[in-house]
Structure formats: structure tokens, C-alpha cells
Design a protein around this ligand. Structure first.
Ligand code: FAD
Length: 339
């Protein structure tokens, strides 16, 4: 939907096809943290798209809220990192990247005086289900044709070029086609994109119970404005199976209880899972498909598709229009070594 919005804003006539309801798959299931978790452990290309997205979200979120009445709740909550073995690396990386990370010793302790934390005030969040809802409304307001419950089943060809989509509801022709089908992009575009299941728990809590995102040992807590707390997440290879498991519930709840106390145990509201579009190196594929000219790709965002989305859409549109790009596009290109 962000790719569609970006192209529409540049004067393209855009139609969107979704096999279900737009914004209800991984983009709904995710946590909405607007940074890779421990960005210093990710390839630079992931950080570049993430960083570029932050000012784009600052402009987009209030625009969507005003136009649609659905506020995606972009919130500068900040994050507290508790992993003892990551704190030094995190502090050094923040300093090198010119990002604030207050002195470790000056941090308010969340787990008792002996365990330090590193405050990362620049890590915010977006309430992604609302972002999806707002985008869906915005697309309709702008007259972008949104064909839901309409799976794409293949590509129309004109000579050697992709010139449209075959769908369950018939053929649709276009000058260009963009493949942005998340975890399902692999089969559609012969790309190395595979589903990676992530399970989450949602806890009821009073507003203000937790003020910041907490990152610890690969798990996290995310406080929403209404007090609810998301506990995430698992990273599992389970094909396209979206069932939730008792084991994941126990593990995530134990993590939450360790940080919030036993009161958390009785506060589980719901559990869900989503399928991340996993790429081999976590770097999305953005650009024209080398074997299928006319087919453009914006997929494979793995664990960071919400934070990287606005800059990915911008990069895609610049490439489609042959314009100079804000970031070095080479890192996201499909081709040698990445297909
Ligand atoms: C538990 C969990 C936590 C996460 N936390 C974060 C986080 O905190 N921050 C962050 O940045 N990222 C996070 N992510 C990752 C992020 O959610 C994804 O990278 C991102 O949402 C991928 O977006 P997408 O549009 O590519 O895929 P999706 O949101 O999955 O959308 C793909 C769409 O394609 C449609 N589709 C599939 N097949 C077809 C077809 N044949 N024809 C037409 N349409 C089709 C689907 O119906 C769907 O609507 C998380 C993911 C999970 C699961």
C-alpha cells in the first residue's frame, strides 16, 4: 500500500490486488518497532532504509491521521536495552551513528540497581494495524483501485516483458507490475523469500504501566498508548502455518513475567502469529526483476518491514522512474549472488 501511495503521489495510475484484505498479514501481525532490534547486528543496508524512513513516517503519520481519522499512533516511546552483552556495542554504535544513548550508568534501572540498561531514545513505534487501516482508507479516498480477495495467479507477457497480472477475477494490464506480496512473493517471483513465523502475545495493562519499549535477549515488550503491552516474538520456520502454539505462549509469558512481575500472568488478552517475508540476508529486494523485465519487486523485508517501508517505497518509485536515489540502490538489487 505504501508503494501504491508513493507511485500515486508521482502521478501514476495504480491498482492494488490482494489475495485477502490489505494490511492484514505480516504488516498487521508485527510489533511496529521503528528500528531493527539491535541495529548494530544488521547489515548496513537495513539500517540505511530504516534511518531514511524515520522522517518519512514523521510526515506520513499525521497526514494519514488527518485525512482518514485513523491515527497510526506514531509514538516516540524510546527503548531500553537490557542485554548486558550488547550494551557496550550498542553505546559505541550509537556514538558512531550520531544517535543519543545516555551514559549507561546514568540510566534509570528497570531490573534493580545491579543490572544496567542502555536507553535508546530515538527508537519509536507505530501501531501497525492502525497504519494498515489508515492506508487502506487513504488509498480508497485517492481513488486507487483496491481489489481485495483477488489473488494474483501469474503474469501477463507482452513479448519478453511482464505487462500485467492474471488474477482470480480476470486479467489486468499495466505498464509496470510491482510484486509486494510479503512471504508469498517467493513463489510468485521465483525469489528466495520464505515465510518465517513470528508469534506474539498481547497483555492488558493500565496506560503508563510500561513507558518504553524493552529489548532483552531477542525478546521485547512494546507498550501501546492505551496501556496494552505486546510481547514478542518467536522466529520459527513453519512454512505457511500460522497456528499459534502453547510453547510460544509459555515462553513469551515467562519473559513478560520476568520483567513486569507475576501480575502479567493473568493479563493475556490474545495471541497471534504472522509470516515474515524472510530473505537470505535480511536485506529486502528492491528493483526490477532481472529475469522478468517489467516486473518490479519490493519484498523480503524480513523482521524490519514496518520500519523500512516508507523508504523502500520511495526507493522503488525512484528506480521505476529512472531517477537518482536517496540511498545506494545496489545493496537491494536482485541479481548476482542474491537470486
Ligand atoms: C511477530 C512479528 C513481529 C514483527 N515486528 C516488526 C517490528 O517491530 N518492526 C518492523 O519493522 N517489522 C516487524 N515485523 C516484520 C514486518 O511485519 C514485515 O517485514 C512486513 O510487514 C512485511 O510487509 P509486506 O507488505 O512485505 O508483507 P505482508 O504485510 O505480509 O503483506 C503481503 C500481502 O500480500 C498479499 N498476497 C499474498 N499473496 C498474494 C497473491 N498471490 N496475490 C495478491 N496478494 C497476495 C497478502 O494477502 C498480504 O496482504 C514483524 C513481523 C512479525 C510476524
Amino acid at each position: 500500500m505504501l508503494s501504491a501511495l508513493q507511485l500515486h503521489s508521482r502521478g501514476w495510475r495504480v491498482s492494488v490486488f490482494d489475495s485477502g484484505s490489505a494490511g492484514r498479514e505480516s504488516s498487521w501481525a508485527g510489533g511496529g518497532i521503528l528500528s531493527p532490534i539491535l541495529p548494530w547486528n544488521y547489515p548496513e543496508a537495513v539500517w540505511q532504509l530504516s534511518r531514511r524512513s524515520l522522517p518519512l513516517y514523521d510526515a506520513l503519520a499525521p497526514e494519514l491521521a488527518e485525512a482518514t481519522g485513523v491515527d497510526p499512533e506514531l509514538t516516540a516511546s524510546g527503548a531500553m536495552l537490557l542485554d548486558p552483552d550488547q550494551i557496550q556495542a550498542g553505546a559505541a554504535w550509537c556514538a558512531a551513528a550520531g544517535l543519543a544513548a545516555p551514559e549507561i550508568d546514568a540510566i534509570l534501572q528497570t531490573r534493580g540497581p545491579s543490572l544496567p540498561g542502555l536507553l535508546l531514545p530515538w527508537i519509536g513505534q507505530i501501531r501497525n494495524p492502525r497504519l494498515g487501516q489508515a492506508l487502506r482508507l487513504r488509498l480508497r479516498q485517492l481513488g486507487i483501485a483496491l481489489h481485495e480477495n483477488t489473488p494474483v495467479t501469474g503474469w501477463l507477457r507482452d513479448g519478453g516483458r511482464v505487462a500485467g497480472v492474471d488474477t482470480a477475477a480476470g486479467e489486468h494490464r499495466g505498464d509496470c507490475v510491482v510484486l509486494a506480496a510479503g512471504a508469498w512473493s517467493g513463489a510468485l517471483g521465483a525469489l528466495p523469500v520464505a515465510p518465517v513465523r513470528g508469534q506474539m502475545l498481547l497483555l492488558r495493562a493500565a496506560p503508563g504501566r510500561l513507558k518504553r519499549i524493552v529489548l532483552d535477549g531477542g525478546r521485547y515488550l512494546i507498550p501501546r498508548r492505551d496501556g496494552r503491552i505486546l510481547v514478542g516474538s518467536t522466529v520459527e520456520s513453519a512454512g505457511f502455518d500460522k497456528r499459534v502454539t502453547g510453547a510460544a505462549r509459555e515462553e513469551l509469558l515467562a519473559f513478560a513475567v520476568g520483567l513486569l512481575g507475576t501480575e502479567a500472568a493473568g493479563q493475556v488478552e490474545t495471541q497471534w502469529s504472522g509470516l515474515r517475508p524472510g530473505s537470505a540476508d535480511g536485506i529486502p529486494y528492491i528493483g526490477e526483476h532481472p529475469a522478468l523485465p517489467g516486473l518490479w519487486v519490493n519484498t523480503g523485508h524480513y523482521r524490519n518491514g514496518l520500519v523500512m517501508a516508507p523508504a523502500s517505497a520511495e526507493l522503488l518509485a525512484d528506480l521505476m522512474e529512472g531517477k537518482p536515489t536517496q540511498l545506494d540502490a545496489a545493496a537491494y538489487r536482485l541479481g548476482a549472488g542474491r537470486l
